[in-house]
Design a protein around this ligand. Structure first.
Ligand code: SF4
Length: 165
């Protein structure tokens, strides 16, 4: 199943389903906050140093290491606050690589918290990912967005005025 900007939508899926719908429909919020700015928020949670990136069609993946033929992809994160979003986004990248015949493993690093999270696309994670992708498709096919549900992200969300005024 092909969903444009699926990596980004997966990130937001675990934060706000309404935002998934709005982003998928390219509904642009206030002028100061375009979709690029929203994507930047994901970037802000990620360290930019020593990146080697590979571009696979619509997906850009950070390569951490290549050792004995095994590719390790992932990211160095500033905090584990959005760990579910980051994990499932990485699972999606592993899935895209797998579809290209590339076996890779994932890792999320949180140096400030001295944490390291291995992400392996096993059967369970792949099934969970596919269920998420199906649900994203179902959300974006709806005529109207899901109703707003207050969450801790609303305060910094570019759609806040649209949702709450
Ligand atoms: S303001 Fe809140 S409810 Fe509205 S899209 Fe943003 S996160 Fe979702």
């Amino acid at each position: 199943m092909h969903i444009p900007r699926a990596g980004t939508l997966i990130w937001y899926y675990f934060i706000c389903k309404r935002e998934v719908w709005l982003m998928a429909r390219s509904i642009v919020p206030e002028q100061d906050h375009d979709l690029v700015a929203m994507g930047r928020w994901i970037e802000e949670t990620t360290y930019q140093r020593s990146r080697k990136r590979i571009n696979l069609e619509h997906v850009v993946i950070d390569v951490m290491n290549v050792e004995k033929g095994k590719i390790l992809v992932g990211e160095v994160k500033k905090s584990s606050r959005y760990v579910k979003s980051a994990t499932m986004q990485l699972a999606y990248y592993l899935f895209v690589l797998k579809q290209k015949g590339i076996h890779a493993e994932g890792v999320l690093l949180f140096p400030k918290e001295r944490k390291r999270l291995q992400v392996v696309l096993d059967e369970r994670l792949e099934q969970e990912l596919l269920a998420v992708l199906r649900d994203i498709q179902a959300i974006i096919r709806k005529e109207v967005p899901p109703p707003p549900v207050p969450c801790r992200f609303c305060k910094k969300c570019a759609y806040a005025e649209f949702c709450w005024s």
